[in-house]
Write a protein that binds this ligand. Sequence first.
Ligand code: GTQ
Ligand code: FE2
Length: 354
Amino acid sequence: MTAPSRTPSAEQLNARKAFYDQIGKQHLAPLWERVSGLVTRSPQPAARPVHWKYSSVRAHLLQAGSLLSAEEAERRVLIFENPGLPGQSRITGSLFSGLQLLMPGEKAHAHRHTASALRVFLEGSSAYTSVDGERTMMSRGDFVITPCWTWHDHGNDGADPVIWLDGLDVPIVNLFDTSFSEGNEASQIPISRPEHDSEARYAGALLPDGHKAHSMSSPLLNYRYAPARENLAEMQRNGPIDPCHGVKLRYTNPLTGGSVMPTMSAALQLIAAGSRTAPYRSTDGTVFVVLEGKGHSKVADSSFDWAENDVFVAPSWALQQHRAESEAVLFSFSDRAAQEKLGIWREQRDASAS
Ligand code: GTQ
Ligand code: FE2
């Protein structure tokens, strides 16, 4: 029998359709009808480029603060939901993100889960998070990690509302159907180590003698903004400047030099006032958080004018280009760590060429 060639007749098409219906009942499907959508020539993310202005999200979050307590909410978070993935609680195909609010005196009850979390502290003072018995006070721009299955609770001991951004790998954990979570009888986990103990041990270019890694995540709880910001300023003075990124630092696990957690990567970059980055793209859909400055980004066909604390998304393989009106600092996070482990991460630095 020879394979059918050229354009099939209406009769042939009907016969095929009947065949597909028949095998569909047996939970079978023809690859030849599906393959072009399955094994695409390049990434086809459902997630879209999107931008949230802090001023409007903040207003809604404070409204949530008057509608329910942190205790009632368990976590009072407004989820950034990508318009290309409606109803799915995802900011990119693989990541969850939201803004969390704690009013003065509020505490968020202790729990743990298999999802890994990161936080970027945006607004307020005297807020802490505690992770497996170590508490850290958070300041603006600090980057804090909550590795998978670690007990954590938060609190606001200050007089003003506090707001930070959460990023979690929930969609990855759920892709694998590996979500577990539990609450703790204690609202707050007893503190078993001095405050900032992990910073003393791991935040310098030194490590405790004889330390052995017992986790796939970094032992450092809080990566402070102030020293990282100073490093960026000095790198900018000294050069070279990366055409695609300005000057950019990646947060690492000091024990391995690798990513801070197994699934998620984070970075901090400085773009000089008046300068523009060269077109760039990579396969890790990336969430940007504006920590300083004002500027403009082109992401695929979208254009965003951003200011402090705004959040915007560059989906996988979307061309991105950033221009800083005033000196800008962008925090960003993505699933690059997971992609690199799977051997599928790619980037294109001369991205305008194609
Ligand atoms: O603060 O523990 O945005 O467990 C989502 C899930 C925050 C948290 C989120 C969480 C948390
Ligand atoms: Fe949590």
